[in-house]
Design a protein around this ligand. Structure first.
Ligand code: UD1
Length: 426
């Protein structure tokens, strides 16, 4: 599958930013902890959500879509085993280990897939579960875990891994007694997972800091929860708006994206937050953020990715593309994943001047990019290529663009909505 984008026009109009992928995936895993109905509103229709749903169905849950509401009832979950096909499709499948251990005290899963952006081991997850009393065994590419003893009360992660933090929270929500997680990840999606779980009756505090306290409860109850907008999707279309010299007004839910606004301003974008909309009674509160590239894009001397609150690794490829026509030289350092500069080679095909040395990329701004045939190597590189394509002269064909659909809801439609001509092709 490919996406073709006609570059050269200025983005203009309004766009609503979809619910956050990295928040909804752990929430879907969390539904296994509850026997009552859970409704996720503003749930993004993306491939990773589909893959998590197919795992839920495989283990016996009842799942239905109604518009953008996803209704899940996991009362019928019997199985503890997740097979290769489902687990291979999405890395977040590893989060079912935490929730299945919490529910059934046992879980078996084939090693998960996900983007090809580095080794992505799961040793932190395994070590933490072992500390908390689960015995782990590996049979080929399958990992089996069973709760065998009470385990310790505290666990410290060697690195603030997002997935490991979520897995421990999921496991501990129904675990007897208290669990303290130190050196936890602080990403907004962790906070959102915890808000969601609190709405199910979980007893969690400290999320958003590096120490999370969980007191196990006997059961969790059903809930209806509305998802916040996705910060990386916001940055994608905001970068597209600004880099094409256009202006777009974004409707964002549940967050005002101050940090993301700051990254855009650093690159010379005009960003204005407008009055909050939505009544909060009949409508979930949202705000408007207006992003314009009327003043041109300027280089950012140095940007380093890192765990939150540092610059997100998921926006690194986007910024490589975004800054490739900026005035001046930018240096980006990737500290989270080792293979995340693969997109540089694709951007060079479009005329970008990017030099990669180890974990650093030097971007020298050029005056024009041109279309061509490029290939997405992972979800975020695909998004970066959409931004580059919109900034280019001529038509760009992005191959393997099914990878973009893992995290972006109908990107062609979204681009068309802001006046960037795009289409799907096979
Ligand atoms: C999550 C996000 C992903 C984002 C990443 C970092 C989801 C569904 N995905 O991925 O979009 O890019 O956080 O913000 O939320 N590591 C180990 N051993 C482990 C676990 C991680 O060495 O057991 C390493 C990884 O290889 C990587 C770093 O730790 O170098 C960060 O990984 P982690 O935070 O766990 O990322 P994910 O949860 O996989």
């Amino acid at each position: 599958m490919y996406i073709e984008v006609e570059g050269g026009s200025r983005a203009a109009g309004e766009l609503t930013i979809q619910g956050a992928k990295n928040a909804v995936l752990p929430m879907i895993a969390a539904t296994v902890l509850c026997r009552e109905t859970i409704v996720l509103e503003r749930c993004p229709k993306i491939y990773d959500v589909d893959a998590m749903i197919s795992i839920l169905r495989q283990i016996g849950a009842d799942v239905k879509w109604d518009g953008d509401c996803l209704t899940i009832n996991a009362d019928g979950v019997e199985g503890c085993e997740i097979t290769r096909k489902e687990a291979g499709e999405v890395r977040a499948s590893i989060l079912f280990v935490g929730s299945l251990l919490g529910r059934n005290h046992r879980a078996c899963i084939c090693l998960p897939g996900g983007c090809s952006i580095g080794a992505r081991p799961i040793d932190f997850h395994i070590q933490a579960f072992e500390k908390l009393g689960a015995a782990m065994s590996q049979e080929g590419s399958k990992i089996c875990c069973a709760v065998e003893r009470r385990g310790e009360e505290e666990v410290t992660l060697p690195y603030p891994s997002v997935g490991a933090t979520e897995n421990i929270i999921l496991y501990s929500a129904l675990r007897t007694g208290r669990t303290v997680l130190r050196n936890a990840a602080r990403e907004p999606e962790i906070v959102e997972l915890c808000c969601f779980m609190r709405s199910m009756g979980a007893c969690i505090s400290g999320d958003g800091t590096d120490t999370i306290h969980i007191r196990g409860v006997e059961r969790l109850h059903g809930t209806t929860y509305q998802l916040k907008s996705d910060r990386i999707v916001f940055l994608t279309y905001a970068a597209m708006a600004a880099a094409t010299g256009g202006e777009v007004r974004f409707r964002v839910y549940g967050d005002t994206f101050e940090r993301e606004q700051g990254y855009l301003r650093e690159a010379g974008c005009r960003v204005e937050a407008e009055d909050t909309g939505g009544t909060g009674e009949t409508d979930f509160p949202y705000s408007w953020i207006r992003v314009s590239g009327a003043d041109g894009i300027r280089a950012v001397p140095y940007l380093r990715t890192g765990p939150y609150p540092e610059f997100p690794t998921d926006a690194q490829s986007l910024f490589l593309a975004f800054l490739s026509k900026a005035y001046g030289e930018s240096t980006l350092e990737e500290s989270v994943f080792e293979n995340r500069f693969l997109v540089a080679a694709q951007l060079r095909k479009m005329g970008a001047d990017i030099e990669v040395a180890g974990q650093h990329a030097l971007v020298r701004g050029v005056t024009r990019l041109h279309g061509g045939i490029v290939r997405a190597t992972d979800l975020r590189s695909g998004a970066a290529l959409m931004v580059a394509a919109a900034m280019s002269e001529g038509v760009t064909r992005i191959e393997d663009s099914h990878l973009i659909l893992r995290g972006y809801e109908d990107p062609v439609n979204q681009m068309n909505q802001i006046g960037v001509e795009a289409r799907y092709g096979k």
